[in-house]
Design a protein around this ligand. Structure first.
Ligand code: G6P
Length: 579
């Protein structure tokens, strides 16, 4: 959601900034802009609504070796050329790009207008440029220090001004990473634009102001200069490229066997908080919430440790009694609702654990302990390999807590996933791609898988899809079943097999085409199904992984057959950094 990139060095800045913005496209955006300058020269700017590819050349032509850029996801003011960042002061001497929301902008704007400032846009961001204008006398760092206390809300900011040859960066509740090159300095909302240039990165903390020059970055917190660690990042540039795949999403689905193995191996022990806990609560959003739901079923069953599950967006506003370990699952580490929920848990003195994919992300600074997944950068908006990596972390935790009961299964699970990647799903795709509505049903952990399958389907194919606990389908959705509303049912061997078979028969009796995912060789079940997808034999954890991958592929192939913009679905953002 919004992205910013900055560069100062010896090369032309605009093409580097534009390339960087393209790497951030996956976060979701509706307009973009770049500003560039050469030391004391005036600042030039190019900004417009629409995709970067439509105006890449024009934006890259700006002159100068210092630049800042932005991809905008409209919050205040419609998406148009004027509301696109960068934003200027009245005299166009100061340029600002901003991720986040300035909550008190209306009040600040009223004051600025009354003091004679004239505004060009409807954005909250523009107040920052005008506030700077009032105090700037040639030292941009000093001016930023003076105005930042006036802002409430969240921001990652990059600012340039005529008369100062530094970029000033600032962060409050919105991520900002610095990249150290040789005689070049980079800044961005996340690591992906920096991977092409350097592996040396620094993660700014809330309240930090950084002064960027080609040769160094000085970081201040209040009046004090502080040292922030420069981390060596082992994500490769190739990880963030599409390779020979048609879409990032497909590439990321195919990376899952090794992502799962790498992550399993990296979780060698269970963090203290989890090892000690008598109960846990998971807070998460979207796909990560579904990972939490799988965890709940697995941990309760294997270790009899009760797990509660809360949506980050709900937990923040209500106060269910909570004393147990609170686990925040967030692949990006930046989802505002999950962060807010964890902060609230901390305020209740609960121990907290973060599970994330991103080193240095905000969640790692909030939680007492962190477990990392090893998914590498995930570019497609629809989460796939990060979900599998979340499951890897959580399954390995269940395994450790159960005394290693599942070791054999989880260490061979990558092979089961590999086999699923080879399945032919064409008949299932034909059943789905003509439908307006699809139900996904399962029981126990497969209910969570069904929810995730439905989410994938609706996100990228735009077909209305709903995940349901199979037993609940009689309590309402039955009214919607028809020959045009297929159901995808997960029916694996185990305690719920018999009742699932009954459910499938009941749905069939309403004329609904049913795609069944079950065990390979189950001829009786295959005979009931309209389309049958038989999976290799495996334990429960392997079955969860395999069924997940089938549903990811089903969503992908269905969306592809409909010609959808799979990696950048309409209206969606990869990382939702506002509440
Ligand atoms: C957005 C993404 C989803 C993701 C959710 C939570 O909605 O589009 O794919 O599952 O945020 O993200 P997180 O980074 O917290 O896991």
């Amino acid at each position: 959601m919004c992205g910013i990139v900055g560069y100062t060095g010896y090369r032309p800045a605009a093409p580097i900034v534009v390339e960087g913005l393209k790497k951030l496209e996956y976060r979701g955006y509706d307009s973009f802009g770049v500003a560039a300058k050469n030391n004391d020269m005036s600042i030039d700017c190019y900004k417009r609504q629409g995709r970067i590819s439509e105006a890449e050349k024009a934006a890259s032509m700006l002159k100068g070796t210092m630049g800042i850029g932005h991809t905008r996801w409209a919050t205040h003011g419609v998406p148009n050329d004027v509301n696109a960042h960068p934003h200027y002061d009245c005299r166009k001497r100061i340029a600002v790009v901003h991720n986040g929301i300035i909550e008190n902008y209306a009040e600040l704007k009223r004051g600025l207008v009354s003091r004679g400032h004239s505004f060009s846009s409807d954005t909250d961001t523009e107040v920052i440029a005008h506030l700077l204008e009032e105090v700037y006398t040639g030292d941009l760092f000093k001016a930023m220090k003076a105005i930042l206390p006036k802002l409430s809300g969240s921001y990652a900011l990059l600012v340039m001004a005529e008369g100062d040859d530094r970029i000033i960066a600032a962060r409050e509740s919105s991520p900002l990473v610095l990249g150290f090159g040789d005689g070049e300095m980079f800044a961005a909302s996340d690591m992906t634009p920096l991977l092409d240039h350097t592996e040396r990165m620094m993660f700014l903390e809330d309240g930090d102001i950084a002064v960027l020059s080609p040769d160094n970055a000085r970081v201040f917190s209040g009046d004090t200069e502080v040292t922030r660690k420069v981390e060596l990042i082992d994500w490769s540039v190739g990880d963030a490229k599409r390779g020979g795949f048609k879409h990032f999403m497909l590439k990321e689905i195919y990376e899952q066997p090794h992502v799962f193995s790498d992550t399993i191996r990296s979780v060698e022990t269970v963090p203290d908080g989890l090892a000690r806990c008598k109960g846990a609560m998971v807070v998460a959003c979207g796909t990560s919430y579904h990972a939490g739901m799988v965890f709940k079923y697995l941990l309760e069953e294997a270790c009899h440790i009760p797990v509660r599950l809360e949506l980050g967006s709900e937990f923040k506003y209500f106060t269910p009694p909570v004393t147990e370990l609170v686990i925040g699952i967030t692949q990006s580490g930046e989802t505002a609702d999950t962060l807010a929920a964890l902060k609230k848990a901390k305020a209740h003195n609960c121990p907290t654990l973060a599970i994330t994919n991103v080193l240095g992300s905000t969640v790692t600074r909030i939680a007492d302990e962190t477990l990392y997944m090893r998914a590498g950068p995930e570019i497609s908006v629809a989460a796939t390999k990060s979900f599998i990596a979340e499951l890897a972390v959580l399954m390995q935790c269940v395994n450790h807590l159960s005394g290693g009961k599942f070791s054999e299964e989880i260490f061979r699970a990558n092979r089961a996933v590999e086999e699923v990647l080879l399945l032919d799903l064409s008949t299932a795709v034909q059943t789905c791609n003509g439908a307006d509505h699809i139900f996904f049903v399962g029981r126990g952990p497969f209910y969570a898988v069904a929810l995730e399958g439905a989410l994938k389907m609706k996100e990228i194919s735009y077909i209305h899809a709903e995940g349901y606990a199979a037993g609940e389908i009689k309590h309402g959705p039955f009214a919607l079943l028809s020959p045009k509303t297929p159901v995808v049912a997960i029916c694996m061997p185990g305690s719920t097999y018999g009742v699932m078979v009954s459910n499938i028969k009941e749905m069939k009796a309403r004329g609904t085409p049913v795609v069944v995912i079950g065990a390979g060789g189950d001829d009786e079940l295959a005979a009931i199904a309209d389309v049958y997808i038989g999976l290799p034999k495996g334990g429960l954890m392997e079955e969860v992984l395999m069924t997940t991958v089938v549903l990811q592929l089903l969503a992908y192939r269905t969306a592809d057959s409909l010609g959808r913009d799979i990696d950048k679905p309409r209206n969606l953002a990869k990382s939702v950094t506002v509440e």
